[in-house]
Design a protein around this ligand. Sequence first.
Ligand SMILES: Nc1nc2c(c(=O)[nH]1)N[C@H]1C(S)=C(S)[C@@H](COP(=O)(O)OP(=O)(O)OC[C@H]3O[C@@H](n4cnc5c(=O)[nH]c(N)nc54)[C@H](O)[C@@H]3O)O[C@H]1N2
Ligand SMILES: Nc1nc2c(c(=O)[nH]1)N[C@H]1C(S)=C(S)[C@@H](COP(=O)(O)OP(=O)(O)OC[C@H]3O[C@@H](n4cnc5c(=O)[nH]c(N)nc54)[C@H](O)[C@@H]3O)O[C@H]1N2
Ligand SMILES: [Mo]
Length: 634
Amino acid sequence: MDDSREIIRTTCPRDCYDACGIAVVRHGGNAKVLGDPDHFVSRGALCGKCAIGYNGVWRDPDAQLGRPLKRVGPKGSGKFEPVSWDDAIADIAQRLMAIADKSGPQAIWHAHYTGTCSQIAGAFPMRFFNRLGASEVEPDSICNLAGHIALGHMYGTGGRGFDPRTAKDAKCVVVWGANPSACAPHAHKYWLKETPATVVVVDPVRHATAAEADIHLQPFPGSDAALVFAMLHVIRREDLLDRDYLAAHTIGWDEIEPQLDACTPEWGEQVTGVPAADIERVARLYGEGPSMLWLGQGLQRQPFGGNIFRACGLLPPATGHIGKPGTGILFLNGSADRGMDDEYVTAPHLRTAPPKAISHMDLCALLETPKESQALICWNINIAASNPDQARLRKLLTRDDLLLVVLDLFQTDTADYADYVLPAASFLEFDDIVTSYFNLTVSAQSKAFEPVGEALPNQEIFRRLARAMGFNESELFEEDRSIIDRLVANAEIPGGFDHLKKVGTVLRWDEPVIRFADGRFPTPSGKIEIASAAAEAEGLPRAPFPHADPRPADGKFRLLTPATPWLMNSIYGNDPKAMAKNGPESIALHPDDAAALGLSDGDTAIFASEIAELALPVRIDPVIPRGVALGIPG
Ligand SMILES: Nc1nc2c(c(=O)[nH]1)N[C@H]1C(S)=C(S)[C@@H](COP(=O)(O)OP(=O)(O)OC[C@H]3O[C@@H](n4cnc5c(=O)[nH]c(N)nc54)[C@H](O)[C@@H]3O)O[C@H]1N2
Ligand SMILES: Nc1nc2c(c(=O)[nH]1)N[C@H]1C(S)=C(S)[C@@H](COP(=O)(O)OP(=O)(O)OC[C@H]3O[C@@H](n4cnc5c(=O)[nH]c(N)nc54)[C@H](O)[C@@H]3O)O[C@H]1N2
Ligand SMILES: [Mo]
């Protein structure tokens, strides 16, 4: 019997704030994927879904794809036969070249997102698409683009958030429209609990982080900009405005201040549903500070999501809670200043056709124009599960004249429609680099297992396609280790990748980073642009305004579908244990709303929108705002 014990340190590359350190422990011929006990985020335990998935379907050769598959039945029938890599790659390359010759490469589209967020498997394939001159379905348009654009106009970037370590100096931490208890489980479990600050959660839903917070404000969805203006009314009244900061480091405050007169806490209560006394309390608390502001991704998925972000973005400069310890604003932390050179990894200089992109919201319309969409390559994404207007999309994916190629670890909803399904190796099966979008880390992804069957990492699949297409630029064939070494050198990690593999994770800076300490921002003016000429030029409002979405009419609801702790978007949906934990799907309603419709707990009701309808069991939940229907995915 093999009694040796081996530990391989690696890192979870899911699209999650945490980027947990993992210990793969091999003992006596068995292997377990566990949280690394020495890692400051995971502290010895993965979250429930990853612990299940990485010891379940992600290690199950019967569940994972191991051979390239070619469609044999009608489109969408899910009937395939295994083919060799050589045959699959040769046929796909030949068909792509024929499309490029006849209609131009821009008729070839690719969609990709968050399947894996490691540097190489997540971005290197862009080199191939740039060289081909293909068109792109803009990845962020299905998740967080509104927030990035809004903070881009105002702060010059949505990717330079506070360093979470500075929370040791904060007196107030506001989590606004984020749900760490599901989406950043370790930040919820440790970071938020360990800060000495008073924790405020602003969310229509009382999720576990809200329930455990010191204060929970429950605005009606889409009313957050009005809530900010009511808070600013109080901040000004209590003499907590930092007029020196506003004068030195912002432009356009004069367009905001006159609007504050009308935005009393009583008005705020009326339009947001948050009691006036609570608005006053939180305004004082935030205004006194030092205060940190975390803006979630759920927050910007609103009809006026950009305005909400720009309104929230007023709070740090208005109070001066930015550029000092225990302050700042966070949407996401980009990794460019941790050495992750996106231009190097994606090589835009290889482009052979002008970039063309559409939003995920327009994918169906695109696919309804066959001339402009002749091929679609999906990698790191499961559009048939994660895109809106699903019934319409699925019908379009059966188009006989559309070449659909899907790269995935599993036979997903999207893969069922493919002409070719190409088996991708998982993060446990090759080396790469991972960075968190919360903590300022750089981590090693280390190979712990051999790929299942003939599966290959994304990057190798695109190297092979590039070769078959006759491309010869050396960038297209750069090996993983060369890319890793370059990125690790950029990140100035002493000892290089070999050292990183040993320790798993390094924090890029030893001490907490204070963002924007010099009061300079990467905007055209170098200041926070409260009023933005660039926004105006794009047809957007010049400055944020105190908007609140109207409440739905009687019998109508505002549907919220926040993330569940047991799924990662659609990932783990094929793991029976994760799905059993998740439980059955339902819709939760306020007792008064349910009573008005004559519904009791457990009744089945039909919920319909313009594009779909679902029959779902009703749950009664007294802590949901009236007019909100909370979808609990099954
Ligand atoms: N129904 C529903 N829709 C959603 C969401 C949701 O929670 N539910 N969330 C929304 C949000 S916030 C986002 S960001 C988007 C996310 O949209 P997607 O990116 O489509 O989301 P995932 O379900 O994470 O799908 C990623 C796919 O990548 C695969 N994958 C994992 N690792 C690899 C790899 O190394 N290589 C390859 N080729 N594939 C890999 C997974 O098996 C999975 O099928 O969806 C949005 N839409
Ligand atoms: N377990 C798990 N973790 C995940 C994911 C997952 O699917 N499952 N997805 C990953 C991805 S891709 C992303 S983008 C992140 C998302 O991370 P988060 O942004 O934290 O999560 P969401 O569930 O998208 O939305 C957060 C909260 O926004 C609230 N919200 C909705 N509308 C409004 C509003 O109008 N005002 C306010 N104040 N709040 C509102 C919702 O009630 C929800 O609690 O999580 C990542 N982590
Ligand atoms: Mo997302």
